[in-house]
Ligand binder design. Structure first.
Ligand code: ADP
Ligand code: MG
Length: 400
């Protein structure tokens, strides 16, 4: 049932080995690789989808999944499968290694969680490792797992940095079915002998292209080296470069690529540029926008932590209720900021790219880029925080 894996030894032996990257803040030194006009032009072109989603709409009701799992999915408000779910779930159930590519906000999480839960229900010894680039995304996936597995007695361990490790060690002692975490802490737990990956049969890299990029590749390769060769490997993202694709194919034999992207971004995101004229400051322009009725729930990106702090206090001084998140904030503050934004305690969140990937907050009306994102992929992920799950949204990028 499972494919064999061959780990190539040349994989990842790069010149960056000794260099430590701060995963998000190193981008401050990076000049944008394109202009905002180029990003928008590229973001709206049609793609050659490798595999069109089945034209027929499939209802969860009609799937031959365990009844309790189906009940939980439907209770969660899902009725029809999204394209990546319709194509991805059968392939994962079949035990294939999958590279799953689909636009932001189109249900990639459930595409891997649903077959995973099914596998656990069929074999209680089944174990899976899910790795994400940020702690917030790890928590979001854990919460989604809990919703889908209500009443199933599926154990999980939540292994992220800047959180008490003794609790994680205790959770791991119970041999949880699912371990969700971020690379640094997972490595640490392996080193301490608290996490033994021998019995794991599945690995999921969410935001896979970022997980295999310079900032994380060494940690990921290290963690993967502890997994059994016979396992199922899943890679999900809205973006994938040829380079990362080749990298994946160099250490997973015969993965199937399921790409259901018809366009680079969903049609639900309207993209525009905001010109900051001479004599105006960004804060003035921003405040004016935020004062408008239709800016109901706004996520503002700035590339640097200092920039985020500055914008946050300027907005606060101007009377806006605002929360902020970046890599230098203590973890409880980071979780709190996301929660306040999710629960509408604040309608404005200012963030670095730490919030650009995977974060699913319902009904964000606008994403505003105060600077031009460092890469085209950063742009796609930032703006992908709006226009999710068939809702529509607006993405604005400031340009001086
Ligand atoms: P992605 O990982 O592709 O960016 P998510 O998995 O975060 O997207 O899903 C985006 C949103 O869509 C979430 O709020 C999720 O609950 C919702 N969603 C996912 N699949 C479905 C579905 N089949 N029906 C309705 N809503 C869904
Ligand atoms: Mg996602």
């Amino acid at each position: 049932m499972y494919t064999n894996h061959r780990q190539s030894h040349s994989f990842g032996r790069s010149k960056f080995r000794s260099q430590r990257f701060n995963r998000f803040s190193n981008r401050r030194f990076q000049r944008p690789t394109g202009s905002i006009n180029q990003y928008i032009a590229r973001a709206t072109v049609k793609t050659n989808s490798i595999q069109e989603a089945p034209a027929r709409v499939i209802q969860f009701d009609s799937l031959d999944l365990p009844e309790n799992l189906k009940t939980n999915i439907i209770r969660h408000g899902y009725t029809e499968l999204t394209p990546i779910q319709a194509s991805g779930i059968p392939a994962i159930r079949d035990g294939k290694d999958v590279i799953g590519i689909a636009n932001t906000g189109t249900g990639k999480t459930a595409a891997f969680l649903i077959p995973l839960i099914e596998k656990i229900l069929k074999d209680r010894a089944y174990r899976a490792l899910i790795i994400t680039p940020t702690r917030e995304l790890a928590l979001q996936i854990l919460e989604e797992l809990r919703r889908f597995s209500v009443g199933m007695n599926i154990n999980s361990a939540f292994c992220i940095g800047q959180s008490p490790i003794y609790i994680q060690i205790k959770e791991l002692k119970r041999n949880p079915n699912v371990v969700i975490g971020t690379p640094g802490r997972l490595k640490d737990l392996i080193k301490r002998g608290a996490l033994d990956l021998q019995g794991f049969r599945m690995i999921v890299l969410d935001e896979a292209d970022q997980m295999l990029d310079m900032g994380f590749i060494h940690d990921i390769r290290h963690i993967i080296s502890f997994l059994p060769e016979k396992r199922q490997s899943l890679f999900f993202s809205a973006t994938m470069s040829t380079q990362i694709d080749n990298l994946i194919k160099s250490f997973v034999k015969n993965p199937v690529t399921i790409s259901v992207k018809k366009r680079e971004t969903t049609e639900h995101i309207r993209q525009n540029i905001v010109k900051v004229e001479n004599g105006q400051t960004k804060i003035e322009v921003l405040s004016k926008l935020l004062g408008q009725e239709e800016f109901k729930k706004v996520l503002i990106f700035d590339r640097t932590k200092r920039g985020v702090d500055k914008v946050t206090s300027r907005l606060y001084e101007r009377g806006f209720r605002v929360a902020s998140i970046h890599g230098d904030k203590p973890q409880h503050k980071r979780h709190q900021a996301i929660r306040m934004f999710k629960e509408d305690v604040v309608k404005i969140l200012v963030a670095t790219d730490v919030a650009a990937r995977g974060i699913d907050v319902a009904n964000i009306s606008h994403v505003i880029n105060l600077d031009i994102p460092a890469t085209y992929e950063d742009y796609i992920h930032r703006i992908g925080r709006t226009g999710r799950a068939d809702k529509s949204g607006v993405a604005l990028t400031f340009s001086e």
